[in-house]
Design a protein around this ligand. Sequence first.
Ligand SMILES: NC(=O)c1ccc[n+]([C@@H]2O[C@H](COP(=O)([O-])OP(=O)(O)OC[C@H]3O[C@@H](n4cnc5c(N)ncnc54)[C@H](O)[C@@H]3O)[C@@H](O)[C@H]2O)c1
Length: 362
Amino acid sequence: MSESLKVAIIGGGRVAMHHCRMMEQLTEVNVAAISDLREERGDPLAKKYGVPYFDNYHQMLSEVPDVDIVTIATPSGMHFEHAKDIISIYEKHIVVEKPTFMRPEQMREIYTLAEEKGCKIFPVYQNRYNKAVRFVRQAIDQMELGNIRMASARVRWCRPQRYYDRDAWRGTWSHDGGALTNQGVHYLDILRYLGGEILRVNAITATQGVEVEVEDTAAAIFEFRAGGLGVIEITTAARPDDFEASVSIVGSKGLAVISGEATNILTTFSPDPEKCEINSEKFEMVYGFGHREMYGDIAGVLNNQNKPPVSFEDGMGTLTLLHGIYRSAELGNWVDLSENNQSVRLGRPDDNISALYHTPAP
Ligand SMILES: NC(=O)c1ccc[n+]([C@@H]2O[C@H](COP(=O)([O-])OP(=O)(O)OC[C@H]3O[C@@H](n4cnc5c(N)ncnc54)[C@H](O)[C@@H]3O)[C@@H](O)[C@H]2O)c1
């Protein structure tokens, strides 16, 4: 498989546009078809990239059967249903937008199915590809910062009521989750990516700036398995704009702070401050450029029969951390992540909302 890989996209909304923009910059992959339930969203995007539009993804995969990868960019609570269809019926590799799946048991089921069908799953955590994140990860691996004593993740973004009012799934426990799930999960992932697995968390959440059932603000403290401590501070109740998404690592030999709007600027690297500038990037939007790097990686994985960059255990680690934080807030107590503590709210079924985004089988 050395030709350009064909990617069909399900869900032609905000993030799908970004997938298309990033793929346009690569020769290894190209968009082959787009499906969206809403013609006014999917059709203009398909026209822009000169590919066919479908309102039904079954029809898309019947009429364009030779795709290599299907990207799932639908509402988060639908990823499970859509992934299950694509793998069980069409046996395609899938790229799944964050938070991959809403519940750990869904993730287990889809990976088991994928294994049976010989399909690969590529969860999207594009911030891992940010220059600053890569650089700090390498520095940690090479012990330049020493042992991690303290870490923090901080998101101060702005999501006003009109953001939630845009679509029925937004701001719901069943299909979205709040600031921790929709926006914060990237930075929970980066914390684990840089600092390793987390042993236990203690969290509180609140909804302050909007009227939705989920949280727009969360604060947590945690302990790494390896011993360091940490703080998580995530809010989308900042006004009037997005201010920052940062991660900091305090090691026994030095300090690294990655800041900017989306962990894109290395503001402090005490072992060698001169490394900051060349390891920083300017982003036009908070999505960054990581999707481009990710598709490049995926092409490499599929062409060379390698393992996906985010393994099952790795993706499950981030989902487990997310659930552990919610569970702690629900219980008002410490939660041990090794005990499979799951939120009772995140990803709970809501058939009425699912019905809005269901694609009938042919
Ligand atoms: N990686 C990132 O930085 C990032 C950024 C934004 C969104 N996301 C994730 O991407 C997903 C989509 O988010 P968005 O902001 O693009 O939402 P969106 O609402 O703008 O787009 C989702 C689209 O999916 C379509 N859709 C729903 N069900 C469908 C179906 N059965 N078949 C075809 N199309 C269907 C909707 O009509 C809609 O246009 C979410 O899971 C979100 O968490 C990731």
